[in-house]
Design a protein around this ligand. Sequence first.
Ligand code: G6P
Length: 468
Amino acid sequence: MARLVIVSNRVAIPEDGGKAVAAGGLAVAVKEAFTAYEGLWFGWSGNITEEPSEEPTLIDRGRVQYAVVDLSPQDHLEYYAGFANRALWPIMHYRLGLGAFSRSDYAGYSRVNRTFARALAKLVEPDDIIWVHDYHLLPLAAELRGLGLDNPIGYFHHIPWPAADVFNSLPASTELLRAIVDYDLIGLQTEADVQNLQRNLVDTQRAIPLGGGSLMVDGRRTRIRAFPIGIDVAGFKEAADKANANKVVRETIAGLRTRKLLIGVDRLDYSKGVSERMEAVESFFASNPDQRGNVTYIQITPKSRSEVPEYEQLARDVNEKVGEINGSLGDPAWTPIQYITKAYPRPVLAGLYRAARVGLVTPMRDGMNLVAKEYVVAQSEDDPGVLVLSKFAGSARQMPEALLINPYDRFEVAEAIRSALYMPKAERLARWKPMVERMTREDVDWWARNFLSELENFRTMEREPPTA
Ligand code: G6P
């Protein structure tokens, strides 16, 4: 049986005994891919050390072996905090104004990709299939090919792929586009992302479309297709069903008394639109004064990438906004926004989602957004809540029954909150049912199986040159 080799910047190593540590979308999704394969998961250890060894630390956990390397302070600064999160992240999320490009960051990004490739190449066997994840590792396949590896190599991009003019404003765009075609299969979240990348390759790299998402670029064949990522539906449902056993959930619900709950759960990131969402909630209370004291908004926002200046600034902006809104609208008996910067485990989140009449998922731009899916799956048929969803989240394509809004329009979001709060049960049910059914069909297992079976094909059919 072929081994699966997964590569991602973050690696979620389970504790000895099998309990997974990280509950993030990528970590859960990748873990799922290993249910059908034995294999290896390679990436950054999460540690920063002076003069790290190029030899990975190997950790065995049953059928999966983990191989992790440390980063030096300079690598961390240039590759992770610099090029990946100050150049690629804002550009991929259409935020040109927040991008900061530097040649040394790009050099660090290329260097770490080369170092990873050298360390990984020593561990890969000829029959392995390799699946690389996310924007930290765009040039990894090109580096591996340079070392002589001929294995099928796939890439999944968890975030949006922007329109060509936006992507090409990145000074390193040409090199990155050239490098990415060394992947045999490129998976993106939506059809729109696929169109963006394909058109860019056709226009700037003289790629020749061969049909079915395949392209010929400089004598190499690659395929670009949409694989919308799903969630662990069964696990999430079960967590929501059992959530009452959880003290935090019970106490939160008791504290609400008769108030209706609006919930938002996001990493503290400008792409998530947390600040804009708070302004929309403020507008809602301004135009619905009778709702003051009757509705509570809980926003759970674990801190993220604090070493990046734009994130530090965002943390200050959001703190200021919460203070301003609570100060001007609240009274001794009611705080409109409860803002929490701690991370909570799945059982707590699932319970709070179920208790919330409205799920607010209003990113300015998002590859998929798994919170939207988790919120829907956590609802029960007896009294489902309403999802207010940004039309700029990839998940909006799979969830047209949600209340779709433009996050740049605080008044539209405020109106959607009002409709959601007043929506009769029959309509809530009619919107929720098709969404939960779709999420159940298109879960994380479906996603991983689709991607991997297509990547497996490259061992045979796809490698052949076209006959006509
Ligand atoms: C997004 C990215 C992931 C990343 C995660 C957390 O979901 O797609 O690749 O791991 O954010 O960000 P961090 O910078 O902490 O890894």
